[in-house]
Write a protein that binds this ligand. Structure first.
Ligand SMILES: Cc1ncc(COP(=O)(O)O)c(C=O)c1O
Length: 453
């Protein structure tokens, strides 16, 4: 667990100086608890590791990992840039107090209205995903616009070459929907360079967390990041050769993780690259190739989502009913949590992610009982399978760890289970940052046609 998570004198889980049992009494379980200090520590660790290797590095918080304004505000307070993929994200960033020039606008399916909104507010950078998007932008932006809008072009890596080197990754990249091939990137560069309302600032790529349906090892992960940098800089080299234009930004996206030694992710991975490893793979490769290919020193942007927030958030749930099932010599214990399930962190359902679970009110008790944890959904919704915990009792509180990225962000209210609230904790203080959805809220969303009412 991160440093801010500890067992206090009462034997309870304490996060950022707040006793989780007290939080449950105040806010009611289930709820997500967000450790502000962990987000800040993660941000600093990644930034510092990269700046040691590549001093001109900026860390951006990838809002999609968890778009809570409180989290965005904590990242902004550290000096982070933030990205948005939709108008909703842009508005949540505004809610967090983020100035437009701190925003990088990402996405492959931006609407004309979203592009106008971004241009009018002068966001820091628009990452353009396709030639058609660049051409559309060029019709929306006045040629007299000043200062010019900075754009980066998202490139897809060259699959034909990758296929020979790394079949798994090449397939994933080829099936992926993002980015332009080098030919379109060159054409989009010509559009941007030919329009005085744009500043062709750089290139963008995003490899992502490379564990979905692909083999994973820390060294393979780093190799993939290295190749991604190499292939992106090849496009920078082509743009310089064809247009004589040197790029100011190299945005290499995200895909970094803080590992949990007890296991995290599909297959319960325990080994992850460190921040220094990532810095060498991405920053080190960029430094070497920029020097070798005379590309100057572009600012390196990292779009870190999971790295900043995964281990900073736990979902706290209360144990209700339980049962033991027997079949021949085998027994299987189930403990059920109330009003939450894996549907509140859907990645478990999609990829069988493992999330460590601790008994937050009994941290010192022996973990000697094998149990599976599930919720009330009429489908498989287990939060954990066959894990060791103290023999659970009704009313116990469980903290499901590593719940910060792509959990609340992709939550579902399947079976009409309301979305839990979230509480940010910091230095012994706690504040509600997402209000509890009630069953009344949920019901009020719907209507019945007059002819059936
Ligand atoms: C363009 C882009 N940047 C950054 C991220 C963040 O990725 P991660 O959370 O793996 O760091 C994503 C995630 O989907 C993304 O699509």
């Amino acid at each position: 667990m991160p440093d801010a998570f500890r067992t206090n004198a009462a034997g309870h889980l304490e996060i950022d100086g707040c006793d989780v049992v007290d939080l449950a009494a105040e806010f009611g379980a289930p709820f997500w608890v967000i450790s502000e200090s962990t987000i800040r520590a993660n941000y600093r660790r990644l930034r510092d590791a990269f700046r040691r290797v590549y001093p001109a590095t900026d860390v951006l918080y990838a809002t999609k990992a968890n778009p809570q304004p409180a989290i965005i505000a904590a990242c902004l307070a550290e000096g982070a840039l933030v990205d948005a993929v939709t108008l909703g994200h842009l508005r949540l960033i505004e809610r967090a107090g983020g100035a437009p020039d701190r925003i990088v606008f990402n996405g492959n399916s931006k609407t004309e209205a979203e592009l106008r909104y971004a241009l009018e507010r002068r966001v820091g950078v628009i990452n353009v995903d396709s030639l058609e998007e660049m051409e559309l932008l060029a019709t929306l932006q006045p040629r007299t616009a000043s200062p010019p809008q900075r754009v980066c072009l998202r490139v897809a890596v060259d699959n034909a070459r990758l296929r020979a080197e790394d079949e798994q990754l090449a397939k994933a990249e080829w099936l992926g929907k993002f980015g332009m091939d080098p030919l379109d990137a060159l054409a989009a560069a010509a559009v941007a360079l030919g329009h005085p309302g744009f500043d062709l600032a750089g290139l963008h790529n995003h490899l992502g967390f490379t564990v979905y349906n692909t083999p994973y090892s820390p060294s393979l992960d780093m190799l993939r990041h290295e190749r991604c940098v190499e292939q992106t800089l090849e496009v920078a080299r082509d743009i310089r050769a064809e247009h004589g234009h040197r790029l100011a930004i190299l945005n290499m996206g995200g895909g970094y993780r803080v590992g949990n030694p007890e296991g995290y992710g599909p297959g319960r991975l325990t080994e992850f690259p460190t921040a220094d490893d990532y810095a060498m793979a991405v920053g080190g490769t960029a430094k070497e190739l920029c020097a070798e290919w005379d590309l100057g020193t572009p600012r390196l942007i990292l779009e870190a989502g999971g790295y900043l927030v995964t281990d900073a958030v736990a979902l706290v749930a209360r144990v209700g009913l339980a049962k033991t099932r027997r079949s021949g010599d085998e027994t299987r214990r189930w403990a059920y949590v109330e009003n939450t399930s894996a549907y509140h962190f859907v990645r478990r359902l999609m990829f069988r992610f493992h999330h460590e679970v601790v008994a937050a009110n009994r941290m010192n008790d022996a973990t000697d009982t094998r149990v599976s944890i599930a919720g009330p959904i009429c489908a498989d919704d287990d939060l954990a399978a066959e894990i060791l915990l103290p023999a659970l009792r009704r009313g116990d509180l469980l903290a499901i760890l590593d719940n910060g990225s792509y959990c609340e962000a992709v939550t579902s209210d399947y079976c009409a289970v309301p979305i839990p609230p979230a509480v940010m904790v910091s230095d012994g203080r706690a504040a509600l940052t997402r209000r509890r959805e009630t069953v009344d809220d949920l019901v009020a969303r719907f209507d019945v046609p007059a002819w059936l009412a």
